[in-house]
Design a protein around this ligand. Structure first.
Ligand code: CUA
Length: 213
């Protein structure tokens, strides 16, 4: 989970999140290079001595500064596309978890494991124990094995919710009347915290998710 002064991404707990962080850093590096170049160019305009006042066209330079940015964009687009399809790959899941969004709590079903069903509510601040995390802990945690492929099915009973766990790189909308699917692989033990991330009503901020792995 995020703690004080953690402004970047959380440490990954799954191979997909690791790839997402690599892609983020890659895109950021390209962004910094473009910003520095354009910033330098704009700064240098202050010292322009107008030697090219009567220049009306330059086919070659137009060609270069059209094609070059297009090639740079390809270096972002292709890895992005690779990740997009990688995130959708389902690889023989050993457990399936179904999570249903409600106003304002999540309910879970382990449909292929003893048919376990339970609701998961946030623990209110006045009932929180001293080692609990305010607005983030729940009364019934999801328990999932590490080092195994896990499929999750997300839907909602009333309005649109979103099942989001940053450390696992998972963010799936739960939409009434639809069943969305994604998967993840937890590669270290721990508690992984998440929150709903679709504005779903007055208590949207108070329907957290906790995975115990
Ligand atoms: Cu459910 Cu926001």
């Amino acid at each position: 989970m995020s703690t004080w002064a953690n402004l970047g991404l959380q440490d990954s707990a799954s191979p997909l999140m690791e790839q997402l962080i690599f892609f983020h850093d890659h895109a950021l590096l390209i962004l910094v290079m473009i910003t520095v170049l354009v910033g330098y160019l704009m700064f240098m305009l202050f010292f322009n001595n107008y030697v090219n006042r009567f220049l009306l066209h330059g086919q070659l330079i137009e060609m270069i500064w059209t094609i070059l940015p297009a090639i740079i964009l390809l270096f972002i687009a292709l890895p992005s596309l690779r990740l997009l399809y990688l995130l959708d790959e389902i690889n023989e899941p050993s457990v399936t978890l179904k999570s249903i969004g409600h106003q304002w709590y999540w309910s879970y079903e382990y449909s292929d494991f003893n048919n376990i069903e339970f609701d998961s509510y946030m623990i209110p601040t006045n009932e929180l124990s001293t080692d609990g995390f305010r607005l983030l802990d729940v009364d019934n945690r999801i328990v999932l094995p590490m080092n195994s492929q896990i499929r999750i099915l997300v839907t909602a009973a009333d309005v649109i919710h979103s099942w989001t766990i940053p450390a696992l790189g998972v963010k799936v909308d739960g939409t009434p009347g639809r069943l969305n699917q994604t998967n993840f692989f937890i590669n270290r033990p721990g508690l992984f915290y998440g929150q709903c991330s679709e504005i779903c009503g007055a208590n949207h901020s108070f329907m957290p998710i906790v995975i115990e792995s």
